[in-house]
Design a protein around this ligand. Structure first.
Ligand code: ADP
Length: 293
């Protein structure tokens, strides 16, 4: 730093140069920078290793669960064979037990299918593109009678705001929400489902509202977890994985989700994704997932 030096009479006497040795501070800054870079590298390495272990674990679970299907199928087929080929030799009680074996095997098969679907959702690294929700809905309703009159009334607002998503993941999400919306209806009441979009800043919220049985407030935070069910298999069949798949798929697309509900009045599920202003891609539409694998 250079400063002018004056006499009492305000005459300029000269210039005063003040210098400070900052070598030590510079050295400390360098050391700090190096330590920070080392820490970042360490965190990156650890995260990569953790991701690799999670992936290996998921692959292991996938093949384990997949391999369970073969023995299960053979148990089911042999129970059916006894029922048909030894019908006269098996009494009423025996037939009832065989039917139970079959029902349990079917339930286990449904669980395996859903766990595989959940695991596959986690393995997808989605390339996001503009998705037209109306065409996803038209396709889903067109291919399932449970979504058509007279079984149910499903209506949606036109036009709907497009979102940045992954067609197969979003189709799976909307299918699961629709399936629940028509399933959790009081006996004898025709399910009515309405879907619409709402702009939320740079994002779009997709609402799916039903007139079903509703959910008690205390369970609203739980139902997106794995195997969380509020009813017996007898009342409403299911595996408790549908909404866990919704959560995982929405998170993979960088979105959020939630639910509002009132018992006996209905539920309103929502998912929120980035709004899209892009032109739809010309790439071939990915095959929609079948419900069986
Ligand atoms: P599943 O449908 O196989 O039971 P889900 O994970 O899809 O499993 O849903 C978890 C639970 O959340 C359901 O068992 C049900 O109790 C509740 N639920 C989900 N959707 C609805 C809905 N639209 N109306 C009422 N309850 C619902």
């Amino acid at each position: 730093m250079v400063r002018p030096l004056y006499s009492r009479e305000k005459n300029l006497l000269g210039l005063l140069k003040i210098g400070r040795d900052i070598t030590e501070r510079k050295q400390m800054e360098e050391e700090l920078k190096e330590a920070r870079e080392n820490l970042e590298r360490l965190v990156e390495n650890r995260t990569a290793k953790l991701q690799e272990s999670v992936q290996q674990m998921e692959q292991f679970t996938y093949s384990l669960v997949h391999d369970l299907r073969a023995p299960l199928r053979s148990m089911c087929s042999f129970a059916q064979l006894i029922q048909t080929e030894y019908a006269e030799k098996v009494d009423g009680k025996g037939k009832e037990y065989l039917a139970r074996i079959e029902r349990s095997a079917e339930r286990m098969d449904a669980l395996i299918r859903d766990v595989l679907s959940y695991s596959r959702t986690g393995q997808i690294t989605p390339k996001l593109e503009k998705v037209d929700i109306e065409s996803v809905l038209a396709q889903l309703v067109g291919e399932d009678r449970a979504f058509q009159e007279p079984a149910a009334t499903i209506v949606w607002e036109k036009p709907m705001l497009p979102v940045e998503g992954h067609v197969a993941l979003l189709t799976q999400v909307i299918r699961n929400l629709l399936s629940n919306a028509v399933k959790f209806a009081p006996k004898g009441k025709v399910p009515k489902v309405q879907i619409w979009t709402e702009p939320k800043g740079s994002e779009v919220r997709i609402w799916c509202e039903d007139n079903g049985i509703g959910i008690e407030a205390q369970y609203l935070g739980k139902i997106f977890g794995m195997f969380e069910r509020l009813h017996s298999e007898f009342e409403y069949p299911g595996t408790g994985i549908g909404l866990a798949i919704v959560r995982k798929a929405v998170e993979r697309m960088g979105g959020t989700m939630g639910v509002e509900s009132e018992v006996s009045k209905g539920s309103r599920f929502w998912i929120q994704l980035k709004a899209s202003s892009r032109e739809p891609s010309n790439e071939r539409r990915p095959e929609l997932w079948k419900s069986t694998v």
